[in-house]
Design a protein around this ligand. Structure first.
Ligand SMILES: NC(=O)c1ccc[n+]([C@@H]2O[C@H](COP(=O)([O-])OP(=O)(O)OC[C@H]3O[C@@H](n4cnc5c(N)ncnc54)[C@H](OP(=O)(O)O)[C@@H]3O)[C@@H](O)[C@H]2O)c1
Length: 309
């Protein structure tokens, strides 16, 4: 059983050297994808990426990325996709509603046997663990999604894993918490004065800086164990309230008003509440050790100043 023998098949550097002329394919080449593309190009690899608009095609071309036109919401549009690739990075988000993941399903259907990559690196979410009551959570923690957002990801993880077994493709799944970085701080939420809950009632929250996540993806393509699952976080969770206060201080904005959890349940919308009702601390040791990563931003004190670049 290929997926369960985790020790076997981290891709060797020699393999990559031999096949450096085969493009890496990025499905969902937005913020993280373009960072990974830059790392791959710096490592001498050609990069192709799926693009669903002329604007994104131009953006990719300017970065030296080969644009392959297609939309995951339209299977027929994916006819250009069967490229001979070594690694596929799948970073496109699921649709915003429902409990299924038709976009990933479309991609898998579009790949024919001649065009199978040897490895797929997939960004999932740490939301698949559901609420863990503030516990430290390793990758062995049971998957127990509580929101549709997380259910879509749990479905995607399962579908990708089953498909990969049948097609003899390695998968590496990164379970990712909140991504922060340049242009992705919650400034607007803080400006709107959306309250936070009292520190003693606030859930734990986990984060990773966008550059560190890109590095984790890049290393997952090289060092990740076949079938491996990795918590891709900075390993220094703080409460959610602490996070918003720190960002407010960093941006020179007033700290958000504070309410009790009970008030939050009565006043805040279901989207925000779904985050407040899940608490966990992600253990990132497997990522650090197996992917051989040294985080540039292991905590907010280091990461926030790197959000203005
Ligand atoms: N935000 C967080 O804190 C967080 C936490 C955990 C996991 N994640 C996940 O991490 C992944 C990478 O995040 P990111 O910040 O790089 O996302 P991003 O900047 O929004 O990029 C997503 C990319 O997917 C493409 N895409 C979306 N729908 C598509 C479709 N139907 N067909 C083809 N392409 C499509 C987008 O294309 P267009 O440019 O044309 O829209 C965009 O290039 C995402 O899956 C995200 O959900 C995010």
């Amino acid at each position: 059983m290929k997926q369960s023998t985790k020790l076997s098949t981290a891709l060797s550097t020699e393999d990559h050297k031999r096949d450096s002329d085969i493009p890496v394919l990025i499905i969902g080449c937005g913020d993280i994808g373009t960072r990974v593309a830059a790392l791959e190009k710096a490592a001498g690899r050609q990069v192709a990426a799926l693009s669903r608009s002329e604007t994104s095609r131009l953006n990719l071309t300017q970065r030296g990325i080969v644009a392959v036109m297609g939309d995951l919401d339209n299977l027929d549009s994916l006819h250009e996709l069967p490229l001979k690739t070594k690694v596929i990075y799948y970073f496109a988000p699921p649709p915003s509603e429902g409990c299924d993941e038709p976009r990933l399903t479309a991609l898998l259907a579009a790949l024919n046997e001649d065009a199978l990559a040897s490895r797929v690196v997939y960004i999932s979410t740490s939301g698949v663990y559901g609420d863990c009551g503030g516990a430290w959570v390793t990758e062995e923690w049971p998957v127990n999604p509580r929101s549709d957002r997380a259910r879509r990801r749990a479905v995607a993880e399962k579908r990708l894993t089953e498909w990969a077994l049948v097609h003899n493709v390695d998968t590496v799944i990164l379970r990712v918490p909140g991504i922060y970085g340049p242009g992705r701080l919650p400034a607007e939420r803080i400006r709107r004065g959306i309250p936070v809950v009292r520190e003693d009632e606030s859930p734990w929250s986990n984060r990773i800086h966008a550059d560190d996540l890109a590095q984790a993806c890049f290393q997952a393509a090289r060092r990740g164990m076949a079938g491996g699952i990795y918590n891709a976080s900075d390993g220094n969770p703080t409460t959610m309230t602490d996070y918003f206060n720190r960002v407010a201080d960093f941006l020179g904005l007033p700290r958000p008003p504070v309410i009790s959890m009970e008030e939050a349940r009565n006043t805040l919308g279901p989207g925000i509440l779904s985050f407040l009702e899940e608490s966990k601390r992600l253990d990132n040791r497997r990522m650090l050790e197996e992917l051989e990563i040294e985080l540039r931003y292991p905590n907010l004190s280091r990461g926030l100043p790197a959000c203005l670049e």
